[in-house]
Design a protein around this ligand. Structure first.
Ligand code: GDP
Length: 196
């Protein structure tokens, strides 16, 4: 088996993106961040996994939030041999504000930690910066996000890693093409039809 995983905080638009890319509706109507169960799409020997959203969701206990993060980390560690791509989805509109809030309290933001972890464990990691339709100063925001995640700006130097998208508006062509290219790169162009 080979696997592609999607990870991200709750509410970044991961389910919306997943539906747009694979034509399936996941987690519809369920409260975000309240389940540990990942959603899967399978095609031939490929599994595409929508991991539960981690991070601090209001209305969900701190312990449960920690449990979700631990689950995601453990899942990725256990399956790292077959994971050919990890897509880390972030919210371009709120990423910096949330990261800076945690930094000011002396913590490493969970998304920074997760991105580092993914890069240590997975062969290839993409950063999907979603909700770009809500962002005005696009390049400035993308540069700052890149820098927070250890990539020296300008972000345009990282076009093979950073994909600004808007899942809600269906503007995901750059990411979709990069996923296709990754499949071709590993000699599995036959799996491209998994994408809608
Ligand atoms: P998840 O918790 O990460 O799976 O997030 P959802 O896919 O459930 O989306 C959370 C909220 O963000 C919903 O209200 C979506 O309509 C909204 N959303 C998702 N993608 C976008 C986007 O590209 N732009 C905007 N403005 N909103 C989005």
């Amino acid at each position: 088996m080979i696997e592609i995983v999607f990870a991200g905080r709750s509410n970044v638009g991961k389910s919306t993106l997943f539906s747009n890319l694979f034509g399936v509706r996941v987690r519809s109507g369920r409260k975000p961040g309240t389940t540990l169960k990942p959603n899967f799409v399978t095609y031939k020997d490929l599994i595409v996994t929508d991991l539960p959203g981690f991070g601090y969701v209001s209305g969900v206990g701190r312990d449960f939030n920690e449990k979700i993060k631990d689950f995601v980390v453990k899942y990725i560690e256990e399956n790292s041999d077959r994971i050919v791509l990890a897509v880390h989805v972030v919210d371009g509109k709120s990423f910096l504000e949330i990261a800076e809030r945690w930094e000011s309290r002396g913590y490493i933001p969970v998304e920074v930690e997760m991105f580092e972890f993914l890069n240590e464990v997975c062969q290839r990691v993409f950063l999907a910066v979603n909700k770009m339709d809500k962002v005005d100063d696009r390049d400035e925001i993308l540069d700052a996000i890149a820098e927070k995640l250890g990539m020296i700006p300008p972000w345009t130097r990282w076009r093979n890693v950073i994909f600004p998208i808007s899942a809600k508006k269906g503007k995901i062509e750059n990411l979709r093409n990069a996923i296709k290219e990754r499949l071709v790169e590993i000699g599995r162009g036959d799996l491209i039809p998994v994408l809608k």
